[in-house]
Design a protein around this ligand. Structure first.
Ligand SMILES: [Cu+2]
Length: 158
């Protein structure tokens, strides 16, 4: 009998803790949301590629993206395109600010994410996780769809 009472007490304590966990999640909603993430496949023999994604800050606090990681590459960087002496150059950025209520779109020819030393060939259609850290808005895992370089032909064209 004593054992049953003890088991009940343990169950009630566990329920209480589970309850507080959910409450604190609700008090601190995620500041950033991610959409349209994709990673380009590489031509044979290459080990460098780029990823693109939209980052929306739904909070009223500025968030700064500070670092990136991926299981597919040992170095992942934020890059920016710049015109220098009539040439398009890429420059790494230490961090990217996503201001309160704003959206930053990583897209071809603008801000983008570079993957270096990609170990294995990338399979179009597969998905992979990109981990993003911020200064004060927590850490995130965003989904990237792996897409081929060549656009699929429209077959229903007359
Ligand atoms: Cu780049």
């Amino acid at each position: 009998m004593r054992l049953v009472v003890f088991a009940l007490v343990v169950a009630v304590i566990q329920l209480t803790f589970a309850g507080t966990g959910q409450a604190s999640e609700q008090l601190r909603p995620k500041a950033l949301s991610f959409s349209d993430g994709y990673l380009r496949t590489m031509p044979p023999g290459q080990k460098v590629t780029a990823a693109f994604i939209s980052v929306t800050n739904v909070s009223d606090e500025d968030c700064r993206l500070t670092s990136l990681s991926s299981p597919l590459a040992n170095r992942v960087e934020f890059h920016q395109h710049q015109h220098v002496d009539g040439m398009m150059k890429m420059r790494p950025m230490k961090s990217v600010l996503v201001a309160a209520g704003n959206r930053v779109v990583f897209k071809p020819g603008a801000f983008h994410i570079m993957f270096f030393n990609v170990g294995d060939p990338l399979m179009a259609g597969h998905k992979t996780a990109l981990t993003l850290a911020t200064d004060q808005c927590g850490d995130y895992s965003a989904e990237l769809e792996i897409r081929g370089l060549v656009k699929t032909k429209i077959t229903d064209h007359h």
